[in-house]
Design a protein around this ligand. Structure first.
Ligand SMILES: Nc1nc2c(ncn2[C@@H]2O[C@H](COP(=O)(O)OP(=O)(O)OP(=O)(O)O)[C@@H](O)[C@H]2O)c(=O)[nH]1
Length: 388
């Protein structure tokens, strides 16, 4: 390929600096997304390092010559740290310093002490191969769409750069030593560098995609879920329930609703504080999550009121589940600032085969049953059919 290696590396440096600018802008505005800052700094270090290496001359002071591979290596390490941070893990910054230090030492030792450029280029290429392969492995994350696509794309781009670096190292090791200089043209060297540079562009874009899709899924989560308990909020519960009830109307399956309300909850807030009340609600939501099936629908319906839509379950089945939840909750102790809080709940149950599949009517019927459970002294359940 008739392309100058130094020019390709300048392009590679430009791609990194543009990526750094993009990531810095994102991390400035979306500071809730972890990892963007490390990626911005990593791109910046790589951009500066690669640019400086194309301009380097043997007359430069040793400390500058040594700092170029160090900065470039730190840039690679920061990409890895960014992935760790993005996944919510602790960043191990010693990895970054180690990679920078390793790259600097092998460049100085092999280049300046032994004057062996072939080994400098080959060992640095192998190091890049290992780091980018580690990034690709770290990006093998189980995620839902569209994040899954972005993870795959980023992992594929990192893998491709790793492969190009490996092939470059092998190619250099197979060549006669006298043919190798830092910017040796060779037959295939520019090919590896062009493909590697394009993959670098893919890496930058897929990291931006990862951030964008994370923002989208966070927003979706916030719009559909209750922030305190993590259950569905009332609006998405109604959307999901209408869909399930429409299907039940066609199939003739039973659908039941349980309305659950914590007894004397105001008393918990008044005596122990609002945060204690929040913890009581979180623990109830966690308990409810463990007893329902994946096809059921659980939501925080209002303040201390939860609602469960049970698919393919009639009133008797729902009553059994409600009673189980009541007993479990009565036994639950919530540890709070050295005290042990204990609450009870009341529940009302209604069945679509008896009430109909209109959501508002079904919720209203379960609410009336709940009201009767409260009037019956609380810590009990009531069935809508008992009042008919
Ligand atoms: N801690 C906390 N309290 C809440 C939240 N939402 C609503 N509440 C409180 O829940 C309490 C509900 O009180 P009430 O409607 O009188 O019900 P209760 O005290 O449970 O009495 P019964 O339902 O009749 O047994 C009120 O004090 C609300 O301020 C919340 O997110 N966190």
């Amino acid at each position: 390929m008739n392309l100058d290696v130094r020019t390709i590396m300048l392009m590679w440096s430009g791609i990194n600096l543009l990526g750094a600018g993009m990531m810095a802008l994102i991390s400035f505005h979306a500071d809730n997304i972890k990892g963007a800052r490390q990626w911005a700094l990593g791109h910046c270090c790589m951009g500066i390092g690669i640019f400086t290496s194309t301009q380097m001359s043997p007359e430069w002071p040793v400390w500058i010559i040594a700092s170029v591979p160090f900065i470039t290596g730190c840039g690679f390490g920061l990409l890895f740290n960014g992935i760790e941070a993005f996944k919510g893990k602790t960043c191990h910054y010693w990895i970054t310093v180690w990679i920078g230090g390793q790259m600097m030492l092998q460049s100085l030792w092999l280049g300046m002490v032994h004057d062996n450029i072939r080994m400098v280029v080959a060992s640095n290429s192998l190091l890049v191969c290992v780091i980018f392969a580690a990034c690709a492995v770290s990006l093998r994350v189980k995620a839902t769409q569209p994040l899954k696509t972005a993870y795959r794309l980023a992992a594929a781009s990192f893998s491709f750069v790793a492969l190009m670096s490996l092939l470059r190292a092998i190619n250099i090791l197979l060549k006669p030593a006298e043919d190798i200089t830092l910017f040796a043209q060779g037959n295939v060297n520019p090919v590896f560098l062009v493909l590697g540079g394009l993959s670098q562009l893919c890496i930058s874009l897929s990291l931006v995609l990862l951030i964008t899709f994370r923002l989208v899924s966070d927003l979706r989560e916030q719009a559909t879920h209750d922030s305190l308990t993590g259950t569905l909020n009332r609006r998405s519960f109604e959307d999901e329930s209408r869909r399930l009830l429409a299907r039940a109307t066609r199939t003739g399956d039973a659908m039941s609703i349980i309305m659950i309300d914590v007894d004397f909850f105001k008393h918990v807030n008044d005596k122990h504080g609002h945060q204690a009340g929040d913890e009581v609600l979180r623990r109830l939501a966690a308990l409810l999550q463990t007893v329902i099936r994946s096809e059921d629908c659980l939501a925080r319906y209002g303040g201390e009121e939860f609602c469960i839509l049970l698919a393919g379950t009639n009133e008797q089945g729902a009553a059994l589940l409600a009673e189980r939840v009541r007993l479990l909750y009565a036994d639950l102790r919530v540890a709070w600032k050295g005290e042990s809080l204990q609450c009870t709940l009341s529940a009302g149950v209604a069945d679509s085969l008896l009430v109909g599949t209109d959501l508002a009517t079904l919720v209203d019927a379960a609410d009336q049953a709940l009201y009767r459970a409260k009037n019956a002294g609380r810590n009990c359940i009531a069935l809508h059919s008992d009042s008919v």
